[in-house]
Every structure is written in structure tokens, then in C-alpha cells.
Design a protein around this ligand. Structure first.
Ligand code: GDD
Ligand code: MG
Length: 523
């Protein structure tokens, strides 16, 4: 895979946010010899090629004379790049970013250590199968479902069919009673709903499903060093393939040795059909809002920083992947990061990393607004790689209210969890910074008021605060050995396909899981 090289970064203490890099060529580095062989086009007839035969081969409808003067004599060498050293190629204008090619073998090594978690709730099994078909073969597939019981049965049957050629995979349902009991007893009880004091099930939500997936991979397949997330409603399998390979490229290209890596994708386009035409818009409706406010957060942190170390963060507009549903992490990072519920999970990554790793924050007042609980102290330095892929992103169309609630939960992540010292109460020495944080919060409220779509008449009026995300402790807080033993021995909805090192003690039965174990079906 050939990409622009990651050269520029915004360094914020122990957090490095790389500027967006781009996938340039999907298949470069595949091992196919770069020298033209046999059938490659060579103009025939003379050593330099016969111009006439070249022209004749053009579509007859074209008037050859239009092309005769296209290249002046001085530019003849543009026709043949075979002897050109790319460094000396004058046809490449200055300022073109440097490029890097990652050999296919290196991508495959990384993909072979990656688990791809596919959260799904009520998607068409054919669509899910399309997503699976795009996941490179070395990756472990992990389907985490929150679908209706019957739909889950169909999903598992599809997965079994798909994996019949020795493809390793895991599947689990979010209402799995054994997983809920293990979470409840062994360290992640916040993720479990209780009815009448009895643990019932893991909470609904995409973020919660992803956390279950992380726990499952860490417990059952600890040799997987990377974990990635790909939505189940993506309509183009080739896009999924590119996303996974781009994740691997992101890991390979992290320029900061010894740091954990997070790779976040930005799609080339997110097309919408309007009046029968495809409109290739670049940025999703929710991303437009969330990216803007995450960048405002960076500016606020720069304004509030008395040392001037964060000056480069002001107006940087560097964050372009605030909502990246398609993202990946080193497993150590996935295990040690606090994560947010539902669709707040992706924007909250930024908020949490800024809070934990930007300068001036680590020693800030521990109990400010009471939300530091459960954090892993001394998170390792992190590099965020942002990559623009080539495929258009087609997925299930969602309505405006869904999009609105998604960006509102993104804003809620910022509003309720401003990094220290923006959120340190006024009595502290950081009081000026606190005022800057309050201004940002006020601006968010104004924005919500101006975009109050619930009531047209109330536009511009004061609205409620954005939703407060539920913040879960890191998955590393779970006792993974006990979790593994519980889901293995008591397994209800867990399926392990073609995992040589991990076998369930008895065969799975798909049908009666809900009735037999009294598990509450998903809402
Ligand atoms: N396991 C599980 N549990 N999966 C869920 C749940 C749940 O409670 N809710 C939704 N999902 C699955 C969906 O089936 C889908 O595969 C994926 O999570 C994303 O949900 P969508 O409803 O398709 O979200 P979206 O398309 O509006 O938003 C996606 O893109 C955003 C960026 O534009 C999500 O990935 C967002 O998280 C992301 O920010
Ligand atoms: Mg979707």
C-alpha cells in the first residue's frame, strides 16, 4: 500500500496527533516486480516507439490533431518515466508530500495479529457477510451482536457458513448471561444492568458491544496485538478490505517508537443519493459538527495554557476523524483506555487522551467534577494516526434525528469531560483556564440552542445540556482469567469457530439461549 508519509504532528505532551495522511495506491508493495514485463505497453515500430501507431490506437472519434501539440519537444521525456529517478523528476511539482510504500508482506504480518470486531444490531445478514468477506484472511473475526434472538441465530448460521474454510472467528451476543455475570463479578459491573439487584445483561449500545469484543479477544486470543472496529452495515466489501489494510499501514507507519498507536480513518467520501444523483460529500453530517468542536477544544486548551507549550494547537483544525467508527488500536491501549457508551465512544477517545496525556493535565486536581475515577494512571504515550482511504463509504442510511443524537453525544463528551485544567474549579490556581473552559461550554450550549430541531419555535432559546456520556473504566480492570473461565464453562451465546487453542467444553446450541437461561432479549 502506498501512502503519503506521516511527517507532521501536533505534539501535546505525551499525545502525538499526526496530520491526515492519504492512501495513494492500494496494491503498491504487493511484490509484483516494478519493472515492466512482457505484456506491458511498449510503443512499437522504432526504438522510441511509433507515434503514429500510438495515435491510431486512440478511439477513432478523437481528432488526433488535438493531441499532436499536447507535449512540446522539451517535454518529450514526460512520455517515458522508465529511467527517471523519482527524486529528480521535474514534472513532480515542489510541495508534493513525500510518499511511503509498505510491502504487502509487512501488512500481512500485522493483519495476522489483528482482531476485527464487528458490532451489529439488526443488520441484514447478507450485508454482514459482505463485511466479513472484505476482512483480510489473517484477521480474527469477532461478531458482537445486539440483534433480536432470531436474527442472532441467522447471523451465527451465516458466520458458520462463511467460516467453513477454516476461518477463525468468535461470535457473542450482548445479552450473554455468562459474560454479564463475569463483568458483574470480576471488575466491570458498570457495564451491566441490574433488575431487582440481579445482574441481567450487558447494557445496550455500540460502545458497550465494542468493550465486550475487546474483553473477549484479550481473554480468548491474547496473542492478537491489534484490535480494529468495522461497522456491520457497510455495503461495499472492497471498502472494508481497504480499511483493514489501512489500519495495518497506520500501525506500520507510526513514527514514534515506543508509543501506543490509534489509527482512525476518514473516508474519501460518504455518498448520499439526492434527487436520483449520487452526491459524493466528503464529511458525514455528524463528523462535521464533532470535528469542529474537538478542534475548538484544542484551541481552548492552547488559550488556557500559561506556558505557551500548546500554542500550535490553536486553530490547527488537525482533528478530522472525531467520529471515526472505523478505527483500530494496539491492544494495550484498548485495554487501558476508559471508554464511553454508545456512539460517544469515538469522540471521547480524543477527550480522554487529551485529558490524560496533554501537558499540565496529569497533575491536575484529581477530583475535579468527580470524573477521574477508574482511570489507569500513567497511560503510555500515544500516537494518533489519521488516514484518508480511497473507497466511498456506503452504509445503511440513517435519519436526521439519529445523526443529531450522534453529534449531540459527541458534544456531550466534550461538554461534560473537559480536560484539566479547563474543568478545574475556580478556586484553584488555574482559574483563568477554568473560565476558558466555561466559555467553551457556553458556546456549546449556544450551538445546541441554535440547532434545536426538536422545536422550530424554540430556535435560539436555551436548551438542555448535551447528554452526559457514561464513562466506563478500562477493560484491564476486568479479571480476564476469570472472565475467560466463566464464558468458557457457562457459555450461552458464545461461538468459537476454528480456534485451535481455545475450545468450548460442549457444543453450542443456538436456539434456546434466551428461554433456557432466562436472558432478557435485547430491547
Ligand atoms: N453490538 C452492538 N450493540 N452493535 C450496535 C449497537 C449495539 O447496541 N447499536 C448499533 N450497533 C452497530 C450497528 O449495527 C452498526 O453495525 C454499527 O454499530 C454502527 O451503527 P450505525 O447505527 O450504523 O451508526 P452510524 O452509521 O449512524 O454511525 C457510525 O458512523 C459514525 C461516524 O460517521 C458509527 O460507527 C458511529 O460510532 C460513528 O461515529
Ligand atoms: Mg451506519
Amino acid at each position: 500500500m502506498r501512502l503519503t508519509e506521516p511527517t507532521k504532528a501536533l505534539q501535546l505532551g505525551n499525545l502525538s496527533i499526526m496530520h491526515l495522511i492519504e492512501v495513494l495506491e492500494l496494491d503498491a508493495g504487493s511484490g509484483i516486480p516494478l519493472e515492466p514485463v512482457g505484456s506491458a505497453f511498449t510503443p512499437q515500430g522504432s526504438e522510441q516507439g511509433d507515434e503514429a501507431s500510438f495515435d491510431d490506437s486512440l478511439d477513432g472519434s478523437l481528432d488526433g490533431s488535438d493531441y499532436d501539440d499536447l507535449f512540446s519537444d522539451d517535454e518529450r521525456d514526460l512520455r517515458d518515466l522508465s529511467d527517471t529517478d523519482p527524486e529528480d523528476d521535474e514534472s513532480v511539482p515542489d510541495g508534493v508530500p513525500p510518499e511511503v510504500t509498505i510491502p504487502q508482506a509487512q501488512l500481512e504480518t500485522i493483519l495476522g495479529q489483528m482482531a476485527v470486531i464487528v458490532p451489529c444490531k439488526g443488520e441484514d445478514p447478507n450485508t454482514i457477510e459482505g463485511v466479513l468477506s472484505g476482512i483480510p484472511r489473517g484477521c480474527l473475526i469477532v461478531l458482537v451482536s445486539n440483534s433480536e434472538a432470531r436474527a442472532y441465530k441467522k447471523e451465527v448460521m451465516m458466520l458458520r457458513r462463511f467460516c467453513r474454510q477454516a476461518r477463525p472467528a468468535l461470535a457473542i451476543h450482548q445479552s450473554d448471561a455468562a459474560a454479564a455475570a463475569a463483568f458483574n463479578m470480576y471488575g466491570l459491573n458498570d457495564l451491566v444492568t441490574h433488575v431487582g439487584g440481579t445482574p441481567k445483561r450487558i447494557r445496550n449500545g455500540k460502545g458497550e458491544g465494542m468493550m465486550l469484543g475487546i474483553a473477549l479477544v484479550a481473554a480468548l486470543c491474547p496473542q492478537r496485538r491489534y484490535v480494529a472496529f468495522v461497522d456491520a452495515d457497510i455495503m461495499v466489501p472492497g471498502a472494508v478490505n481497504e480499511y483493514c489494510r489501512a489500519f495495518a499501514a497506520g500501525f506500520a507507519l507510526n513514527p514514534n517508537p515506543g508509543t501506543e498507536t490509534m489509527v482512525r480513518l476518514r473516508w474519501a467520501s460518504k455518498p448520499k443519493v439526492r434527487n436520483g444523483e449520487i452526491d459524493y460529500t466528503c464529511e458525514g453530517r455528524s463528523s462535521q459538527v464533532v470535528n469542529r468542536w474537538l478542534n475548538k477544544l484544542l484551541s481552548a486548551m492552547a488559550d488556557a495554557d500559561p506556558t505557551g507549550k500548546l500554542a500550535a494547537a490553536r486553530d490547527s483544525e488537525i482533528i478530522v476523524t472525531g467520529n471515526a467508527g472505523e478505527h483500530a488500536m494496539t491492544m494495550d491501549l484498548a485495554l487501558n483506555l476508559r471508554l464511553a457508551n454508545g456512539y460517544a465512544i469515538e469522540p471521547f477517545h480524543f477527550v480522554e487522551l487529551l485529558d490524560q496525556l496533554a501537558p499540565g493535565n496529569q497533575n491536575a486536581h484529581a477530583d475535579r467534577l468527580g470524573y477521574s475515577t477508574g482511570r489507569v494512571p500513567n497511560l503510555q504515550p500515544v500516537t494518533i494516526m489519521q488516514i484518508r482511504t480511497r473507497n466511498p463509504h456506503f452504509h445503511r442510511v440513517t435519519d436526521d434525528s439519529h445523526v443529531r443524537s450522534m453529534w449531540a453525544s459527541g458534544l456531550g463528551s466534550i461538554y461534560h469531560h473537559l480536560p484539566a485544567p479547563l474543568s478545574t474549579p475556580a478556586s484553584s490556581p488555574f482559574s483563568k483556564s477554568f473560565a476558558r473552559g466555561e466559555k467553551l461550554r457556553g458556546d456549546i450550549l449556544d450551538f445546541l440552542a441554535d440547532n434545536n430541531e426538536e422545536n422550530e419555535d424554540a430556535k435560539g432559546e436555551l436548551v438542555h445540556e448535551p447528554p452526559r456520556p457514561r464513562i466506563y473504566p478500562p477493560v484491564s480492570q476486568l479479571d480476564l482469567d476469570r472472565f475467560r473461565e466463566m464464558v468458557r464453562s457457562e457459555h450461552k451465546t458464545l461461538f468459537c469457530l476454528n480456534l485451535q487453542h481455545f475450545k468450548l467444553p460442549r457444543p453450542n446450541t443456538i436456539v434456546p439461549v434466551y428461554q433456557q437461561y432466562g436472558v432478557t432479549p435485547p430491547l
